[in-house]
Write a protein that binds this ligand. Structure first.
Ligand code: PMT
Length: 410
C-alpha cells in the first residue's frame, strides 16, 4: 500500500466525465483534500448530468471549469495554464468516449483540450459497460494511451449499473487515491541510476523456416521486461530490445521490437554506447540455414530436412565490444541441471561480468511463469536468492546494479 502522506501539497487536476460513477469523485475529492492535496476540477457536459458543478465546487473550494469557450473561465485561467498548473491529471470516470478522444488527440471540449495540451502525467480510471470496455476499439485506445505513458487504475470487475457483470466498474475512490499516491512515491523515489544508459534484451526470438513457420521458445518476456522497468524506475535511460511477446511496453523505456537473433544483435549494437547491458532474452542458438522464401509444400516426398546455422551470440558480442563494451554486462543462464556450475562456466566463456542463473528444467515454470528462483554469480561469489515474483527479482537486480555503480562492488 502506498503511503498517502506523499499527497500533501500536491496539485491534482480532476477531469470528471459523464458516467454513473461520477458520484464517486465527490468522495475522491474529500479524501484527497483530507491528505493535504489541492484539487481543481474540469467537469464535462455529460459529467454535469451526473454530479452538479455546485457539489464539485463546494468540495474542491475552487472554480469548476466546464466550458472551453467561457470568457470568464478563460479570463481567470486559460486552458493551457489549467492543463499545466497541476502535478498530475486524473480522469475519473474515464468514459469510452473520452478515452477515444484522448487516443485520437481531439480537442473538442475543455476536458479533451486540457488533456491534449498538458505536459503533466495523466492517470485514468476507466468506467463503462463491460461490452464497451472489452470492445476492440476501447482496448486499442487504452493500449495506445498506455504506450504513450498514460497510467491506469481499474476498471474493477463487478455488477454494473446496467445489470451486466464483468470488468468496467470504476476503481473505488480509495483505490484511485492509492494509485495517485503510488505515482508520487515513485516519482519522488531516489534515482541512483540517473544519467546511466541501459540496454535490456527480453523475450524469445523467432527464427523463420519459411514465410509462415518459425522456430521459437517459451520465453514470455516477463523477466526481461520487469528488469527494463525496474532500471527505468531507478532513473536509467533504458532501451528494451524484445522478441515477440504479449506484454505491454514497460513505462519509461524505449522499446525496439525484433523477431530474429540477427535483428536483436543489430538493434543492440545500434543502442550502444550504454553503461549497463542485461541480456535476459532467450535467443535461439540456431536458425534455419537457407530459410525458404516460399511456403514449403507437402509434395509427397516426405518432410523437408532442415539444417541449422549458428546465430550470433549477443551477450558474447556485447561483452567483447572493445571500446564500446558496456561497463557492466549481465547475462542470464537458463540451465536444466548443475545450474550454478554450468552458469559459472558460461559467464567465463561469454565474458560477461555477472550472470543470473535460473533453472528451466521440466516441471519448473521459469519460462512463462510469474516467479523465478535465481543465483547471482559475480567475482565475489554466488548469492542464492529466494523464490520471488519476477518483478521482485528485477527490483533486486536493479538495486544491486545501482549499488555497483555507487560503491563499485564486484
Ligand atoms: O521470458 P520469461 O518467460 O520471463 O522467462 C525468463 C527466462 C527464463 C527466459 C530468463 O530468465 C532467462 O533465463 N533468459 C536467458 C535464456 C537463455 O537463452 O539462456 P542461455 O543459457 O541459452 O543463454 C545464456 C545467455 O546468453 C543469456 O543471457 C542469453 O540472452 C544470451 N544469448 C544466448 C544465445 C545467443 N545467441 N545470444 C545471446 O545473447
Amino acid at each position: 500500500m502506498a503511503e498517502t502522506s506523499v499527497l500533501s501539497g500536491k496539485r491534482i487536476l480532476l477531469v470528471i466525465a459523464g458516467g454513473i460513477a461520477a458520484y464517486k469523485c465527490l468522495e475522491l475529492i474529500r479524501r484527497l483534500k483530507e491528505r493535504g492535496a489541492s484539487v481543481r476540477a474540469v467537469l464535462t457536459k455529460a459529467g454535469a448530468e451526473f454530479v452538479t458543478p455546485l457539489s464539485v465546487q463546494a468540495l474542491t473550494e475552487d472554480t469548476v471549469y466546464q466550458d472551453l469557450w467561457s470568457l470568464t473561465d478563460e479570463s481567470e485561467m486559460g486552458h493551457i495554464q489549467l492543463s499545466r498548473d497541476a502535478d498530475l491529471l486524473v480522469v475519473a470516470p474515464a468514459t469510452a468516449n473520452l478515452l477515444a478522444r484522448m487516443a485520437a488527440g481531439m480537442a473538442d471540449d475543455l476536458a479533451a483540450t486540457v488533456l491534449l495540451a498538458t505536459d503533466k502525467p495523466v492517470l485514468v480510471a476507466p468506467a463503462m459497460n463491460v461490452r464497451m470496455w472489452e470492445h476492440p476499439a476501447t482496448q486499442a485506445n487504452m493500449a495506445l494511451l498506455e504506450k504513450r505513458g498514460v497510467r491506469r487504475v481499474g476498471p474493477n470487475k463487478g455488477e454494473m449499473a446496467c445489470g451486466e457483470y464483468g470488468p468496467g466498474r470504476m476503481a473505488e475512490p480509495m483505490e484511485i487515491l492509492e494509485a495517485i499516491a503510488g505515482y508520487f512515491t515513485e516519482r519522488d523515489a531516489p534515482k541512483p541510476l540517473k544519467g546511466k544508459r541501459a540496454l535490456v534484451t527480453s523475450g524469445p526470438t523467432y527464427e523463420p523456416i519459411d514465410p509462415v513457420r518459425y522456430i521459437a521458445n517459451r520465453s514470455s518476456g516477463k523477466q526481461g521486461h520487469a528488469i527494463a522497468e525496474a532500471l527505468a524506475r531507478l532513473g536509467a535511460e533504458v532501451t528494451l530490445v524484445t522478441g515477440p511477446t504479449h506484454l505491454p511496453d514497460p513505462p519509461g523505456c524505449a522499446v525496439r521490437p525484433i523477431e530474429t537473433a540477427r535483428e536483436m544483435l543489430a538493434a543492440c549494437e545500434a543502442a550502444l554506447p550504454v553503461d549497463i547491458a542485461v541480456c535476459a532474452a532467450a535467443v535461439a542458438d540456431w536458425r534455419v540455414a537457407g530459410e525458404s522464401d516460399r511456403k514449403l509444400k507437402k509434395d509427397g516426398g516426405g518432410p523437408p530436412a532442415l539444417s541449422l546455422a549458428e546465430n550470433p551470440d549477443i551477450l558474447a558480442t556485447l561483452s567483447n565490444a572493445g571500446a564500446k563494451r558496456p561497463s557492466l554486462v549481465v547475462g542470464f543462464a537458463a540451465e536444466t541441471g548443475s545450474v550454478v556450475e554450468y552458469a559459472t562456466a558460461k559467464r567465463a566463456r561469454k565474458g560477461c561480468d555477472w550472470i543470473v542463473a535460473n533453472d528451466v528444467s521440466l516441471g519448473t515454470t521459469t519460462f512463462g511463469g510469474a516467479d523465478n528462483t535465481v543465483h547471482l554469480i559475480r567475482n565475489g561469489g554466488v548469492e542464492n536468492w529466494p523464490t520471488m515474483g519476477k518483478d521482485a527479482v528485477a527490483a533486486r537486480l536493479a538495486d544491486t546494479i545501482a549499488q555497483h555503480f555507487q560503491n563499485k562492488t564486484p
